[in-house]
Write a protein that binds this ligand. Structure first.
Ligand code: NAD
Ligand code: UFG
Length: 336
């Protein structure tokens, strides 16, 4: 019988793509989401893509009653925990909400897992735990720090998992440090759909391409990078999703914890991203140079070799794929 995987935040950007890859790999999947940052229509789209009904619990990871119901009703083999608040700027204004959702949410989940004898969890961490990186590409044993409340919550969650893993050898955690997810599903049915003005580069460029926003502000062109603009490691969301399948499979099969970067190992500048998106959408995109954004680092890209060695993970999609699938998704979204 197929193992059942619980996805908290499974209706979100990365969770929905992971749902598709898990079903394709033969797993049974259950979603728990409170739809605070996703739309219920995502579930219909997942049914179209996967060709089968989707099992969803609408509820909050902060609510022990809904967690209890999921673990009683479903024979969960492992959990992938996406549910979190993720806006860096907002996290400074709402530290209590961020710490509550991100840290208490994880602790609630671990308590429910412990009660029901489920000891495998994949955790959505971030390259943000590297703070201002000292070495490029960034290896997993680089020092950890934080520069904002969101980063603080991810670091505390990682440390919480380390404490729990040390307490009982039955626990096994996959801590996945994502670099910069981008792109959308090939079908154009699911992708990133921020409610407000996007903070992140790719969804912002996408809205300039559709005409919803007038121009991109490039935050600084005086960094020590080849063209002076910030460099990041953009990874296609479908590659990222497949990394979760490999991680959860490794946890179930080996019972060993791992902490790995999920990136491509290649960095692209803001201006390179803009040019690549122009090729995908077929028209020029307006931009102007603005001051640096507080807290930004000049460059960040992964050393992806550990994920390859431990999980067999390798990103297969390139920047053209990210821009093409993003454009396909946002242009359909605008016309529906
Ligand atoms: P997202 O906001 O699209 O998805 C998160 C999902 O969790 C949403 O569907 C939301 O409704 C749900 N959710 C939020 N709070 C909840 C709660 N209390 N209970 C139940 N559901 C809740 O975000 P995403 O981009 O898919 O990110 C997923 C995870 O990956 C997050 O933990 C995020 O911090 C992490 N991450 C994201 C990025 C990125 O750039 N997108 C980078 C690094 C790490
Ligand atoms: N940028 C612009 N204009 C914009 C938005 C971004 O020039 O409107 C630039 C940024 O200055 C940066 C690059 O585009 O150089 C990428 O910015 P993003 O906000 O897309 O991504 P970051 O790497 O800065 O942030 C991401 C996640 C955070 C996480 C951080 C650290 O969004 O959640 O990585 O890993 F904390």
């Amino acid at each position: 019988m197929a193992d059942t995987i619980l996805l908290t935040g499974g209706a979100g950007y990365i969770g929905s793509h992971t749902y598709v890859e898990l079903v394709a790999a033969g797993y049974d999947v259950v979603i728990l989401d409170n739809f605070s940052n996703s739309r219920p229509e995502v579930i219909d789209r997942l049914e179209v893509i996967s060709g089968a009904p989707v099992t969803v619990y609408t509820g909050d990871v902060l609510d022990p009653a809904v967690l209890e119901r999921v673990f009683v009703e479903r024979n969960i083999a492992a959990v992938i925990h996406f549910a979190a608040l993720k806006a860096v700027g907002e996290s400074a204004e709402k530290p209590i909400e961020y710490i509550q959702t991100n840290v208490s949410g994880l602790v609630n989940l671990l308590a429910a897992m412990k009660k029901h004898g489920v000891h495998r969890l994949v955790f959505s961490s971030s390259a943000t735990v590297y703070g201002e990186p000292e070495t490029l590409p960034i290896p997993e044993d680089a020092p950890r720090s934080y520069t904002n409340t969101y980063g603080f919550t991810k670091l505390v969650c990682e440390q919480t998992l380390e404490q729990v893993a040390a307490s009982d050898p039955r626990w096994a955690f996959g801590t996945l440090r994502y670099f910069n997810p981008a792109g959308a599903h090939d079908t154009g049915l699911i992708g990133e759909d921020p409610n407000d003005i996007p903070n992140n580069l790719m969804p912002y460029i996408a809205k300039v391409a559709t005409g919803e926003l007038e121009r991109l502000s490039v935050f600084g062109n005086d960094y020590e990078t080849p063209d002076g603009t910030g460099v990041r490691d953009y990874i296609h969301v479908v590659d990222l999703a497949r990394g979760h399948v490999q991680s959860v499979r490794a946890l179930i099969e080996s019972g060993e914890s791992h902490t790995v970067n999920l990136g491509t190992g290649k960095g692209y500048s803001v201006l390179e991203m803009l040019k690549s998106y122009e090729s995908a959408c077929g028209h020029e995109l307006a931009y102007s140079i603005a001051p640096r954004r507080a807290g930004d680092v000049a460059a960040s890209f992964a050393d992806p070799s550990k994920a390859h060695a431990i999980l067999g993970f390798q990103a297969e999609r390139d920047l053209d794929d990210m821009c093409r699938t993003s454009w396909n998704w946002v242009s359909r979204l605008k016309n529906t």
